[in-house]
Design a protein around this ligand. Structure first.
Ligand SMILES: [Zn+2]
Ligand SMILES: [Zn+2]
Ligand SMILES: [Zn+2]
Length: 130
């Protein structure tokens, strides 16, 4: 499907420059601030397309909001996310991989997958929070 190509490119670029995880609404505001006439529904659709195709990571915030990011690590990884400034660190978690595989196996599960993302306050935000 080739429609909405420029919108998709605009969304991808905005995602690249945003740094941390961002909501569709946040990205839409950023695009508007940059003068783009793109609609919110189009941003939602472009983001879910990018996520489906593995060009963007998506996750649920603790408030249940869908957040997106163009990660530099391809393949399976986890995230540390600052809930104040949005700073995101891509992390591997060998312990989690081993644990998930073991508990799944203990219950006879195969092809187990998991999503583990850690939200907190980054070092900078922790320092200014007090
Ligand atoms: Zn990622
Ligand atoms: Zn922070
Ligand atoms: Zn993992």
């Amino acid at each position: 499907m080739k429609r909405n190509t420029w919108q998709r490119e605009a969304v991808r670029e905005a995602l690249d420059t945003s740094g941390g995880f961002i909501s569709a609404q946040g990205l839409h505001s950023a695009l508007h601030a940059g003068g783009s006439p793109i609609g919110l529904a189009t941003v939602y659709r472009a983001l879910s397309d990018l996520a489906d195709q593995g060009e963007a990571d998506s996750l649920q915030s603790p408030d249940g909001e869908s957040l997106y990011r163009a990660c530099t690590t391809t393949g399976h990884h986890h995230h540390l996310i600052c809930r104040n400034c949005g700073l995101t660190v891509e992390i591997g978690a060998d312990e989690v991989e081993a644990w998930a595989k073991r508990v799944a196996g203990e219950h006879g599960f195969t092809e187990a997958a998991h999503v583990v993302d850690v939200f907190g306050l980054c070092a900078t935000c922790s320092a200014t929070a007090r």
